[in-house]
Design a protein around this ligand. Structure first.
Ligand SMILES: C[S@@+](CC[C@H](N)C(=O)[O-])C[C@H]1O[C@@H](n2cnc3c(N)ncnc32)[C@H](O)[C@@H]1O
Length: 259
């Protein structure tokens, strides 16, 4: 639940810590090893490029691109602080026009990027173009259609999760469409994994789910009124007090090999 407005690097770092295991799984699925050349598309403040750079070592090469210059500046500072700048570069670029030659990388990934793309195909095409034959492409994204909050206000909960799905990001359905898109782009040995993310703490779910933003969007678009939001909050608080608050949402991880 991360609409692009107000998403800053601190927020991405907090969420990155929650997602550490699934991030590491993407590196394994892409067969990243010492000496690999890896690209992270929509790299943010280097949440993944820094651990990847440590993994590939100075024999390898890591690149990250992001359209946000402030993110790239932070990613480059973090590469220097972490002693990996010699083989790690971050550049400002658009995901559908990657500034790299064909077949320059062994592995190319994009995490929580496609939810921001109205039209995902040009970016996937670019990711495949810069991957070498036999290399791996990986997309990890949130399937917002799977978001579920265990509270007793069922009708309000469905309307609220629909605001998240259809109005808080540009393309909340992108994640579940990725396996088909991988097939249509002739990726081979496609591996699909669904990874649940569970928040059993209401305060953390509010923070990392950016609920203040979702509530504002719901009000602005007249999808829920203040009274309904109050009911929803009260229901979440009740569940939380009884130790029964749970929000879960699936992440879709797709990996494919370039032929
Ligand atoms: C939700 S953040 C995820 C950042 C990072 N992948 C991570 O896991 O922490 C999405 C990032 O994609 C970038 N982004 C969105 N649309 C983009 C585009 N068309 N081209 C390049 N970067 C883009 C945003 O600037 C933002 O840094």
């Amino acid at each position: 639940m991360e609409n692009q407005r107000n998403v800053d690097s601190q927020y991405l770092a907090r969420l990155g810590a929650v997602l550490e295991n699934v991030k590491r799984t993407t590196y394994q699925r892409m067969r990243v090893m010492e000496g690999s050349r890896v690209l992270d598309v929509g790299c943010g403040p280097g949440t993944d490029t820094i651990p990847l750079a440590k993994l590939v070592g100075s024999w390898g090469r890591v690149a990250g691109i992001d359209q946000d210059a402030a993110m790239i500046e932070q990613a480059n500072s973090r590469a220097i602080q972490n002693g990996v700048a010699g083989w790690t570069e971050h550049r400002v670029a658009e995901s559908d026009a990657l500034p790299f030659d064909d077949a320059s990388f062994d592995a190319v990934r994009a995490e929580r990027l496609f939810q921001h793309l109205q039209n995902p195909a040009p970016t996937l095409r670019e990711m495949i173009r810069v991957t070498r034959a036999g290399g791996y492409v990986c997309v990890l994204d949130t399937d917002y259609a799977s978001a579920s909050i265990a509270i007793d206000e069922h009708e309000l909960e469905r309307r609220f999760t629909r605001v998240v799905l259809e109005h808080s990001v540009k393309n909340g359905y992108a994640a579940r469409e990725m396996p088909l898109l991988f097939q249509q782009h002739k990726l081979d040995a496609i591996d699909l994994e669904i990874v649940p993310v569970v928040y059993a703490d209401y305060a953390l779910a509010r923070e990392l789910g950016r609920w203040n933003d979702i509530e504002r969007i719901a009000l602005e678009l007249n999808l829920l009124n203040e009274q309904e939001l109050q009911h929803l909050r009260a229901s979440c608080e009740r569940a939380d007090e009884q130790g029964g608050f749970v929000l879960h949402v699936n992440m879709v991880m797709v990996v494919g090999r370039k032929e």
